[in-house]
Ligand binder design. Structure first.
Ligand code: FAD
Length: 424
């Protein structure tokens, strides 16, 4: 275990107790995908194994110090303010059991590691749009995978969690040993003080898999765009078999020099497609959408699981963002018009088609939200002191989502897609 000592508290009893049990490393915060929030703990502990986690949990409890867990920071919304920060970067091992088609994954691992380890065995995990997302944090929200309509929620594939309780007890939790906790972890997540150290998850056949993106430039980002392609995607999804999962994003790119010329200052619609079938089958299913919209780019082709980031082509650079996601039966048509035509602070709107296997109950109880929804719609806005104030970004996110799912219709927020600072 490594303990990072923060200079203001070098002689605190808490830090002395930690350093007595573990070596002390240099100063510095944990790396985080979310850069709009910063952890300021009294000490950062980087456990190298379960015993280190137990020691850190016990010492934090004895000193009445809050314990905060950090994996990749994609879902960071309440940063550590004092106390002990557990940075799980050192618990990122992945072991594949090809016979049982499972992976035992350290809680600090990202999906990229699991994808890379599973691929040589002809297997893939039920991962999502961005391979840099952490495995454990993703599963706590249920796990909306690239092929969720075919695979079901990633939580449906979890076999067990290994964790350290708030009192330092090491446990393995599965459906038979502790069904209630197993259900809570899959959809709601850990309680304060509970640290998951590893998860065992079922893997899926790597192929056949076909996927990619259909891209349509709607026009300049600062002018109203044509909403027709958005409506075409929604109507196309109304009657599809479970083997095809798709999502749509609308990104009004700023006019910044580091962006590729074809994106700079343009409002770009992208439909990300994943088919658990052959390219011929994908072509047959996509034919109506390809006819209805004149696409500027079409990259749907055989998909290697190691290349799944190309389906949604999300930014891989850490940045400051906030956002929310809501579950709806169908996106309100007037809200689709608003997404295509609105101008103002940059807001990325995302739509994920649910239903199919995502709409069926799992084999054991869980707390996953979204089985009864048709779509998940999300809005995400960058913010920063020298760009858009967080309050303005939050108002834009609310405005976009209110259009797609009016609050009067009991807006249902999804925990995995709430990003950035909590509402002030
Ligand atoms: C670019 C991007 C793409 C995404 N795509 C998808 C997607 O396709 N499908 C989907 O379902 N979700 C997606 N998400 C949402 C993502 O699943 C959540 O943000 C999730 O919380 C990220 O987990 P993390 O471990 O990476 O992040 P972190 O911020 O490190 O952790 C998230 C939360 O879980 C806690 N935590 C993490 N690990 C542990 C642990 N081992 N024990 C106890 N507590 C822990 C942390 O304290 C924190 O509160 C995406 C998010 C982003 C930013």
């Amino acid at each position: 275990m490594t303990t990072t000592q923060h200079t203001s508290t070098t002689d605190s009893p808490l830090l002395r107790a930690l350093t007595a049990r573990v070596p002390v490393a240099g100063d510095g915060p944990a790396a985080s995908f979310q850069t709009g929030l910063t952890h300021t703990p009294d000490a950062t502990v980087v456990p190298g194994g379960v015993a280190d986690v137990v020691a850190a949990v016990e010492i934090a409890a004895r000193h009445d110090a809050p314990l905060t867990v950090h994996a990749t920071g994609h879902g960071l919304s309440v940063p550590a303010a004092g106390g002990v920060l557990l940075d799980l970067a050192g618990l990122a091992g992945v072991e594949i059991d090809a016979g049982s088609r499972t992976a035992r994954v350290g809680a600090g691992a990202s999906w990229a590691r699991v994808i890379a380890a599973a691929a040589p065995h002809g297997l893939r995990p039920p991962s999502g749009s961005a391979p840099s997302v952490g495995v454990a944090g993703y599963l706590f929200g249920g796990g909306l995978g690239l092929a969720v309509r075919s695979d079901g929620w990633a939580a449906d594939h979890v076999r067990s969690f290994e964790l350290v309780d708030a009192d330092g007890t090491v446990r393995t939790v599965d459906a038979s040993t502790d069904g209630a906790r197993f259900a809570r972890l899959r959809g709601t997540g850990p309680e304060p003080g509970e640290v998951v150290t590893a998860v065992t998850i079922g893997l899926l056949p790597a192929g056949p898999l076909t996927g990619g993106g259909l891209v349509r430039v709607l026009g300049p980002a600062d002018e109203p765009g044509d909403p027709a392609p958005l409506h075409e995607w929604v109507s196309w999804t109304a009657d599809l078999p479970t083997e095809i999962t798709s999502g749509m994003s609308v990104v009004p790119y700023p006019d910044l020099p580091f962006l590729p010329p074809h994106l700079r200052g343009r409002r770009v619609l992208r439909v990300g497609v994943t088919v658990t079938g052959t390219p011929e089958r994908a072509d047959a299913l996509l034919a109506p959408l390809r006819t209805a919209v004149r696409w500027d780019d079409d990259t749907v082709a055989p998909l290697d699981p190691r290349d799944t980031a190309r389906v949604y082509a999300e930014p891989e650079m850490p940045h400051a963002y906030l956002g929310n996601g809501v579950l709806v039966d169908t996106p309100a048509p007037a809200g689709l018009d608003r997404v295509a035509t609105r101008t103002g602070p940059m807001t990325v709107t995302g739509f994920r088609h649910l239903g199919g296997a995502a709409g069926r109950a799992g084999s054991v109880p869980d707390t996953v939200r979204g089985r009864d929804a048709g779509y998940l719609v999300s809005a995400l806005a960058p913010f920063g002191a020298d760009t858009v104030p967080a309050g303005d970004a939050r108002r834009e996110v609310d405005h976009v989502l209110d259009g797609l799912a009016p609050r009067v219709a009991a807006q249902r927020s999804h925990p995995a897609f709430r990003f950035g600072p909590a509402r002030g």
